[in-house]
Write a protein that binds this ligand. Structure first.
Ligand code: IPD
Ligand code: CA
Length: 259
């Protein structure tokens, strides 16, 4: 795994440089699941670049990305790429976006690399080895009290999901120190791993947005669930990651089931 992660860090850096080089020429902007779910030519070209590199170095592995256009069902020895997580930020030249690469072994996220090219921050983790930011070990925050906590979130793209999250946000806004939506779920989860945020929650998320952060948070001492307190899986459409000690109650929203 050590050699794998070293190679993937190089690939993420190369992809990040490419993304940065195109920040003023993103090409055609298209929409996907809804009018507010965007993809640029740079997303597609970056995915191609990362795919080629991963296939070259790990020829027997499966390589899949957010822009592949077909579903993924085999997580046995599989790379999952989110070429730009935070595409709408990228289009607006807001600095919070990242290249995210995860590796699943026997169905479990076992390695994750998240690189924020503008901020020049490289997060990585390997199951059983630890989680790191720019080569230094990271751990989650020790804060227990919600009043002292900053939570990250991201908003669902689908209008029907808003009714579910509105009461939860209303409840949290008066109880936590701050609620931030920075626009890259991958970075939000990485920020929990390094203790900048005490938690990250989102309804309407997909596994490729956060796969690289899952083992990062676990290796940094945190916990990963869906918003209903169930174990997170690649099929989960919601996410709640925390430092594991934060005292939080989502209120009645937690009882609303969405499948
Ligand atoms: C999006 C970002 C955003 C989150 C959305 C994701 P994309 O990913 O992570 O923060 O709120 O749910 O879809 O589309 O920029 O790769
Ligand atoms: Ca994404």
């Amino acid at each position: 795994m050590k050699e794998r992660v070293e190679k993937v860090i190089e690939i993420a850096e190369k992809a990040g440089q490419f993304v940065l080089s195109r920040r003023r020429s993103v090409g055609k902007i298209e929409t996907k699941s809804s009018a507010i779910d965007v993809v640029t030519e740079v997303d597609k070209e970056t995915q191609k670049l990362v795919t080629q590199e991963l296939k070259r170095h790990f020829p027997t592995d499966i390589v899949w990305g957010e822009e592949s256009g077909y579903p993924l069902d085999d997580f046995s020895s599989t790379w999952v790429i989110d070429p730009i997580d935070g595409t709408s930020n990228y289009v607006h030249d807001l600095p919070f976006y990242s290249v995210s690469i995860a590796y699943f072994q026997d169905g479990k996220p076992s390695l994750g690399v998240i690189y924020a090219p503008v901020l020049r921050e490289m997060f990585w983790a390997v199951r059983g080895v630890g989680a790191f930011l720019d080569g230094q070990p990271i751990t989650v925050s020790p804060i227990r009290s919600l009043h002292q906590a900053i939570l990250g979130t991201g908003f669902p793209h689908e209008a029907r999901r808003w009714a579910l999250v509105e009461p939860m946000y209303a409840r949290l806004l008066s109880r936590c120190q701050a609620l931030r939506a920075m626009g890259s779920a991958a970075l939000g989860v990485a920020y929990v791993a390094c203790g900048r945020l005490e938690g990250y929650l989102q309804l309407g998320i997909s596994f490729y947005d956060v796969a690289a952060g899952i083992c990062m948070v676990q290796e940094a001492g945190g916990r990963v669930y869906d918003l209903w307190g169930r174990e997170w899986t690649v099929k989960s459409r919601s996410l709640w990651v925390s430092n594991g000690v934060l005292e939080i109650d989502f209120g009645p929203t937690q009882l609303v089931e969405e499948r």
